[in-house]
Design a protein around this ligand. Structure first.
Ligand SMILES: [Zn+2]
Length: 260
């Protein structure tokens, strides 16, 4: 029964890929270890998300190389890289896909498990996410918290290639952290991620034009929102700047003559 379900699932993946325009296998995996530098990510009992993401990314890189898959890491050390720069790196590499690695944290110590995020308008992103979800479910002794398509994370929207973001587990959960912080646990996780990627390699990597259009629209809306917020912040800050230390209003600057 399980074997039939597996075959049906593979068939569903292939059918989804066939609807995703022309089919081309990806050549490079851009591995994005989340956070870095002064952006620590989640931190719990001296376990830091930025360190875990880098460690798993390096392990994943090695496994993919052994399987003749090219990789690019968005960071190699403990450095800060903006979300835009991470997406830009992937955009420079043709026939690539972007895998962003993260870990979760929660105030509720019992919450545990992994979850995957795909871009809702990208059939390819969903195919990759499903494959990784299945592989993690097979390999990890953690809860499968599902595949989500309701978050427009920057790396999903700003990368021209198909992208997936994986929250690999909760470092706020004692049992899960013990597993994730151990070399064996990190290796198992990296192998599961690699398996999920390699299974779909022959199937994909082109989205229909609507996916690119949706990315542009979301990006443009976010850009407008950022501009509005920056303007509002500037307007709020303006009166404070004008007050001198004596509390009196400083003399206003002379307006430049428009004719000169
Ligand atoms: Zn994170």
């Amino acid at each position: 029964m399980k074997a039939i379900q597996l075959i049906l699932r593979r068939f569903a993946l292939l059918a989804l890929a066939l609807t995703a325009g022309s089919i081309r296998a990806f050549e490079t995996v851009v591995i994005d270890p989340g956070h870095g530098g002064n952006d620590e990510g989640t931190e719990w009992r001296k376990v830091s998300e930025k360190d875990l993401t880098l460690s798993v990314a390096r392990r994943l890189e090695k496994i993919l190389h052994l399987n003749n898959i090219q990789t690019v890491l968005t960071r190699h050390c403990d450095s800060y890289i903006s979300l835009d720069d991470r997406a830009e790196m992937a955009n420079l590499i043709p026939q690539s896909l972007l895998l962003s690695i993260h870990f979760n944290g929660s105030r509720s110590p019992d919450i545990n498990g992994f979850e995957i995020f795909a871009f809702r308008h990208s059939p390819t992103s969903r195919v990759i996410a499903e494959s990784i979800q299945q592989s993690l479910a097979e390999s990890l002794r953690s809860k499968n918290r599902g595949l989500h398509i309701d978050r427009d994370y920057a790396v999903l929207v700003r990368s021209a290639s198909s992208a997936v973001l994986v929250e690999c587990g909760f470092i706020s959960n004692k049992a899960e952290t013990a597993r994730l912080a151990s070399p064996e646990g990190q290796q198992r996780l990296a192998e599961a991620l690699a398996r999920g990627l390699m299974r779909i390699k022959p199937l994909i990597n082109t989205d229909p034009p609507e996916a690119d259009l949706a990315k542009c629209e979301i990006h443009a809306k976010k850009h407008e929102e950022d501009k509005r917020m920056a303007k509002a912040a500037e307007e709020n800050a303006a009166p404070i700047k004008k007050v001198s230390s004596s509390g009196r209003k400083p003399p206003s600057k002379k307006k430049k003559s428009k004719t000169k």
